[in-house]
Design a protein around this ligand. Sequence first.
Ligand code: BG6
Length: 496
Amino acid sequence: MVIFGAAGDLTKRLVVPALYNLVAARRLPDEFRLVGVDLADQTAEEWRKGLTDTMQQFVGKDGEFQIGRPDRDAWHRLAERMSYLQGDLDDPGTYDRLGKHLAKLDKTAGTAGNYLFYLAVAERFFGVAVTRLAAAGLVTERDGQWRRVVIEKPFGHDLSSAKALNAQILTALQEHQIYRIDHFLGKETVQNIMALRFANGLFEPVWNRQHIDHVQITAAETVGVEHRGRFYEKTGALRDMVPNHVFQLLAMTAMEPPISFDADAVRAKKAEIIQAIHPFEPARALNDVVRGQYDAGTVLDRAVQAYRREPDVAPDSNTETYMACKLKIDNWRWAGVPFYLRTGKYLKRRVTEIAVRFHQAPYALFRGTDVERMNPNWMILRIQPDEGIALEFAAKRPGPSMKLSSVSMDFAYKTYFRIEPSTGYETLIFDCMIGDATLFQRADNIEAGWQAVQPILDVWADNVPPDFPKYAAGGSGPAAAEELLARDGRAWRSLD
Ligand code: BG6
């Protein structure tokens, strides 16, 4: 495996910790070798040392990147398999040297290896790296050896750049060699949506417009833009989260059952649902989509500054750090069922969930409890944190009179399963190695996502509000997001 961007953040924080977890779980073969490539001028020893230091910061901590108890042996097994090559991704010479380096590793191992190239680099290098890998003959598959390339997000900046990038990489690689990562698909609970829907007889019969009133998808974060101002300024919440992560949640929730669990069968159904998103014509893009930017506030008891004061952010920036929208899906299953999506930084609580609201009971049978006041049924798929599934329904309160309360039947992952320490990248990297592309985006999936959001990007570019809508950091988002649902007589689930 070759990581381009070996000295970068993603490598340190996610890819290498994931490899460590795979080694610790004995899921990588003895012949596995890791080659780091980066512009940074350092020796293999220095690269290893830097990674060892970062790993030590993660080990045993209860953070997002928790990797469990230290296992020196496992780390040693990974570290001794690492080598490093300094090089510029723009320079063809880098790829020639890489080719020689890989040939040497093959020779030492006494066997011709399969090559997995992981592009953990800025988006502008994706095309050039693939083109140069091909020119150096490093991605030609022969004699049963595979050559695969993992491409990180963001895959394009809009529809035309995503199409151009697909066209460019598809001249050098075949689709089956390309693994476009969306790390949300590495989350167990996202994968479990398919199990919930298609491995049970109970839920699918009610998973449609006859029984579902609306769906809310939330990806709320308590982190701000941090040190990523330069990237985020030209990206914003919509591009950063929606056509990729949030649409993955949407696709898993709304897709038709695939005919098999085969990668192409699943990806075809997912592409179909994203293509069925009702186009946001300009009036709707203004009306049904809300944007906001965080102002100063308090998040998790910590005072934080406004987005416009963050490093590398323009003091008059109009980049959104929050977006919410209402969308419709044009097919028989979902006609008339609104999907409300929201995502933002520096919100009250970190929660990623899909909340499915079922129709009210049709008739108020119980005296003293009219239909309006009866709590509706919700099914909540909690992606993170506290992974699980809850079903909320009405129950009779103990006592002589008929009074109803909302109760919850709650399945928490951690009470049933021993959850292995994971960054979410383990499954994805492992799947690349075994050639299972189910959890990766095909070219049409990517383009369908951009196609759906492009009208919003266009309308936003042409209509910058004079006073960009703000929300206090640590709150629930801009007031307009509440109004978006209030207009339909609905309300967001509370972030409290
Ligand atoms: C990334 C975005 O793709 O996903 C980040 O670039 C965002 O801005 C992150 O914070 C959210 O992922 P997770 O796994 O922390 O929910």
